[in-house]
Design a binder for this molecule. Structure first.
Ligand code: NAD
Length: 254
C-alpha cells in the first residue's frame, strides 16, 4: 500500500460508494481526511468507520454544486490537517435514461451544476490553496467510462463526464508549474448501493453489462479508491492529465 502519512485532504460525496471507500483508503494510508456529503448521517458514519479503524477524519456538510461550500471545505482541511495536499472531487449524479428528443434544460443544468461546474469550483479553491502553500498537491476527479464514449439516453451525464475530463486536463496544464497534478478516474460499473439495487431489479440486463466486461464482473468501490489514492501519492509523481479507466477492460476498443 502507498503511504499518505502526514498528508491531509478532502473527499466529496464520501457518505457512500466510491467516495466512502476513498476516504477510508486515504485514512488507512495515514492521511487526515475531511469527509463531505449532503447526507449528514452517511458522512458521519464514514468518519465513524475511519476512527474505528484508527484513522483521523472529520466531517463537513457540503453541496458539491456550491462554490461557498467548496471554499469552506478547503478552510476546514487547513483547520484539521494544516495543509491541503490532496482532493478527491467525487460527487456526481445521473438521471433516468431518456433520448435527446425528450431532454429538458432544467435536468441538464442540475447535472452540470454538480458533475462539472461544482468540480470547477472545487478545483478553483483547491488549486489556489495548493499554489499558496508552494509544495504542489494532487487532485483526482471522478469521471466515468461514460466520459470516454456515448451512451443511449444518458446525454447530460455523458456530456458532463466528457466535460470533466476536459476540465481535468486543463487543470493539469494550469497546475503543472506549481507542481499540482490533476487526474481523473473513469470507473466502469462499480458495485455501489445504486448499482446493487439495479442488479436486483433487472438481473438479466445487469448480467448483459457484466458479460461485456473482459474481467467478467463489476468493480468494488475499494478498487476505485485504490486508484485514487495511488494517483494522489508520490508513486504517481510523473502522472498528470490522465483519465484512467478503472473498468475491467470495458472500454478496450474491439
Ligand atoms: N457506481 C458506478 O458504477 C459509477 C460508474 C462510473 C462513475 N461513477 C461516478 O462515481 C462517483 C460516485 O458515485 P457512487 O456510485 O459511488 O455514488 P452514490 O450514488 O453511491 O452516492 C455517493 C454519495 O453522493 C452524495 N451526494 C449526492 N449528491 C451530492 C451533492 N450534490 N453534494 C454532495 N454529495 C452528494 C450522496 O448523499 C451519497 O452519499 C460519481 O461521480 C459517479 O458519477 C460511478
Amino acid at each position: 500500500m502507498v503511504s499518505m502519512e502526514g498528508k491531509s485532504g478532502l473527499v466529496t460525496a464520501a457518505g457512500d460508494g466510491i467516495g466512502r471507500a476513498s476516504a477510508l483508503a486515504f485514512a488507512a494510508a495515514g492521511a487526515t481526511v475531511l469527509v463531505s456529503d449532503l447526507d449528514d448521517d452517511a458522512g458521519q458514519e464514514t468518519v465513524r468507520l475511519i476512527r474505528e479503524a484508527g484513522g483521523t477524519a472529520d466531517y463537513l456538510h457540503a453541496d458539491a454544486a456550491s462554490e461557498s461550500d467548496a471554499a469552506a471545505l478547503v478552510a476546514k482541511v487547513l483547520q484539521i490537517g494544516g495543509t491541503l495536499d490532496f482532493a478527491h472531487n467525487n460527487a456526481g449524479i445521473s438521471t433516468a435514461t431518456k433520448p435527446i428528443t425528450d431532454q429538458e434544460g432544467a435536468e441538464w443544468e442540475r447535472i452540470l451544476a454538480i458533475n462539472l461546474i461544482g468540480v470547477m469550483y472545487g478545483m478553483k479553491h483547491q488549486m489556489r490553496q495548493m499554489k499558496d502553500q508552494g509544495e504542489g498537491g494532487a487532485i483526482v476527479n471522478t469521471a466515468s467510462t461514460a466520459g470516454l464514449s456515448g451512451s443511449w439516453g444518458l446525454s447530460p451525464y455523458v456530456s458532463s463526464k466528457w466535460g470533466l475530463i476536459g476540465l481535468t486536463k486543463t487543470g493539469a496544464i494550469e497546475g503543472s508549474s506549481a507542481g499540482i497534478r490533476v487526474n481523473a478516474i473513469c470507473p466502469g460499473a462499480t458495485m455501489t448501493t445504486a448499482l446493487q439495487h439495479w442488479s436486483e431489479e433487472v438481473p438479466e440486463q445487469f448480467q448483459q453489462v457484466l458479460d461485456a466486461i473482459p474481467l467478467g464482473r463489476g468493480a468494488e468501490s475499494e478498487e476505485q479508491a485504490a486508484a485514487v489514492v495511488w494517483l494522489c501519492s508520490s508513486a504517481a509523481s510523473y502522472i498528470t492529465g490522465v483519465a484512467l479507466a478503472v473498468d475491467g477492460g470495458m472500454t478496450i476498443p474491439r
